[in-house]
Design a protein around this ligand. Structure first.
Ligand SMILES: Nc1ncnc2c1ncn2[C@@H]1O[C@H](COP(=O)(O)OP(=O)(O)O)[C@@H](O)[C@H]1O
Ligand SMILES: [Mg+2]
Length: 251
């Protein structure tokens, strides 16, 4: 496995509660790694460690290491702003800007000083294509993004993430509010995108994890119970708890 993110004995406490209890996991480059587990397992907390959004929380204590390309991103010297530029995050609820579809994507590149119309058009169309949204919006790029359906908005948010050229894409339950067709389109996009990006997908839909993840991790109450290739985890899990979870006995 070509490792992109190495999490080594990570412990996270909110106040006195241990939320992540010594997590060790290697996340493969250019693969989709699925995180599953019931609510409260610590999946979102782990995501917020990787993108350092955890910095915005009070009363957090973190122990252990998180290496991205062999550099510990929890080190005090690491600038969280430049780190976050290397990591795109997509959340459960898409929040487009109150602007046109085009401007939603062009916003980031404009901030970087790109103003040439032709160049911007190319950037916008490329990222919409990669997010599997282009065909649905190419004739109405000036329409307000808030008029898109939920599934289209989520792909727009994915496109907005892509345009910033991250190395890693973290998605925290990106399809939880979407219908099956929109969900399928996101899955199709992610399966293509993994060629260029390292993807971590949190989902409480185990079928989704089974469909598109290369590796699967099962978390329960702050512990990583099982981790392996998706095929192994789903066809021959080593832990009874994993088997119970994926067969729907609890969740
Ligand atoms: N900001 C916070 N302050 C205190 N406790 C938190 C905070 N965020 C999450 N937790 C707790 O951490 C545990 C894991 O939450 P979370 O990472 O959101 O799990 P998941 O995403 O798997 O549902 C839960 O018990 C939750 O209540
Ligand atoms: Mg969560």
């Amino acid at each position: 496995m070509d490792v992109k993110i190495k999490i080594d004995n990570l412990r996270v406490y909110f106040e006195k509660n241990e939320i992540l209890k010594g997590i060790k996991i290697n996340i493969a480059k250019n693969m989709i790694t699925g995180f599953m587990g019931p609510a409260g397992s610590g999946k979102s907390t782990l995501i917020s460690i990787i993108n350092r959004m955890i910095d915005f929380e009070d009363n957090v204590k973190i122990e252990g290491r998180v290496l991205i390309d062999d550099i510990n991103i929890l080190d005090k010297e690491i600038n969280p702003v430049s780190l976050r530029r290397r990591i795109g995050t997509v959340f459960a609820v898409p929040i487009p800007l109150q602007r046109s579809i085009f401007e939603n994507i062009a916003y980031g590149p404009r901030l970087k000083g790109i103003n040439d119309k032709i160049e911007l058009f190319k950037i916008v169309s490329d990222s919409l294509k990669k997010a599997f949204l282009w065909d649905e919006v190419k004739d109405r790029l000036d329409m307000s993004a808030t008029k898109l359906s939920g599934g289209q908005q989520q792909r727009l948010c994915l496109a907005r993430t892509l345009v910033l050229k991250p190395e890693i894409i973290l998605l925290d339950e990106p399809c939880s509010g979407l219908d099956p067709i929109s969900t399928a389109k996101i899955e199709e996009a992610l399966s293509e995108l993994k060629k260029e990006y390292t993807i971590v997908l949190v989902s409480n839909n185990t079928k989704q994890i089974a469909r598109i993840s290369d590796y699967s991790a099962f978390f329960y109450l702050g512990e990583l119970i099982e981790y392996g290739t998706t095929e192994k985890v789903f066809t021959n899990p080593s832990q009874k708890k994993t088997e119970d979870y994926i067969s729907g006995k609890f969740g």
